[in-house]
Design a protein around this ligand. Structure first.
Ligand SMILES: C[S@@+](CC[C@H](N)C(=O)[O-])C[C@H]1O[C@@H](n2cnc3c(N)ncnc32)[C@H](O)[C@@H]1O
Length: 285
């Protein structure tokens, strides 16, 4: 396997997510309607309540930072960090529309947190940690900036077979072009899918009371067209693979994705199972 250059991974991530930021804003309704429960679960696992000072890692367009800000109220605050300034611009617009003045967003790599030790009451993160080239380092940084007794709560994707709305696109692409065998340690959507992986890294970082649960749910699209178009406009890793294909291959992949997705049809809608791994842990007192 070629050596991963962390700086290149980070820059690639920054460019990828900036490129799809418009898609995330366009399809924001899908996230709000279909995935809000994930934010509520993170807010609960991180034990957020009024007055807390919270750090959200990889906030993207504001999940779960915005719910966190609502929960901690005017006496608390949320700082959201992300590499992609355009994702954060969308998050800022939403915060303004929601009238939330206790949340701020800053660009940066979450493996190098520019904060003093013990400076946050809680840390949250949804669908970010698996994209980092050095996840154990991020876990150590989380442990450093948490105040003693404070909780971190993170959500990452479980296995691709349990998340067919994403997984089947990867399978379709692999049927059309040969891809190098995946490096299980390379950053990517399913890098932390394995039970115990992230939990072990939190433990190694000195966190305690580590709790992990695979949470099963469903998400739905109004039509096959809505599913395919939003997937291509939101999922940066899928977009990257599609960019390697010729026009004819892209059409082939599209047909394969739509064919595989039709197994999940319920009336006009497509309803996919979803499996998300929630991992929470606490800094010792
Ligand atoms: C799938 S999006 C999730 C966004 C949001 N948390 C959500 O759940 O809707 C992943 C986000 O992680 C960010 N990200 C990836 N690597 C990062 C890093 N090293 N530091 C900060 N943010 C990173 C990306 O820019 C992107 O916005």
């Amino acid at each position: 396997m070629p050596e991963l250059n962390p700086a290149q991974v980070i820059e690639g991530q920054r460019q990828d997510w900036n490129r799809v930021a418009g898609g995330w804003e366009k399809w924001d309704r899908l996230f709000d309607e279909q995935m809000a429960f994930l934010n509520h679960r993170l807010v609960a696992d991180a034990r957020l309540h009024a007055g807390m000072k919270v750090l959200d890692l990889g906030s993207g367009t504001g999940y779960p930072a915005l719910l966190g800000a609502h929960t901690v109220g005017a006496t608390g605050s949320v700082t959201g960090m992300d590499l992609a300034e355009q994702m954060l611009a969308a998050a800022n617009r939403k915060a303004k529309r929601l009238g939330l003045s206790n949340v701020s967003f800053r660009t940066g790599d979450v493996t190098m947190l520019p904060f003093e030790a013990d400076s946050f009451d809680a840390v949250t993160s949804r669908f970010c940690l698996m994209f980092l080239p050095d996840i154990p380092k991020a876990a150590s940084e989380i442990a450093r900036v948490l105040r003693p007794g404070g909780w971190v709560a993170a959500a990452v994707w479980s296995a691709p077979e349990q998340n067919p709305s994403i997984g089947l696109s990867m399978t379709a692409i692999k049927q059309v072009i040969e891809l190098p065998p995946p490096d299980p340690t390379a950053p990517g959507i399913f890098r932390l899918a394995k039970p115990g992986d992230l939990a072990g890294m939190f433990q190694q970082a000195g966190l305690v009371d580590v709790a992990e649960q695979e949470f099963l749910a469903e998400w739905a699209y109004a039509s096959a067209d809505e599913y395919y178009t939003s997937l291509m406009e939101i999922a940066a890793p899928v977009q990257n693979l599609m960019a390697k294909l010729t026009g004819a291959q892209q059409q082939d992949v599209k047909q394969r994705i739509l064919q595989a997705a039709s197994n999940y049809r319920r009336g006009e809608r497509l309803v996919f199972p979803m499996a998300v791994r929630f991992v929470a842990a606490r800094k010792p007192q």
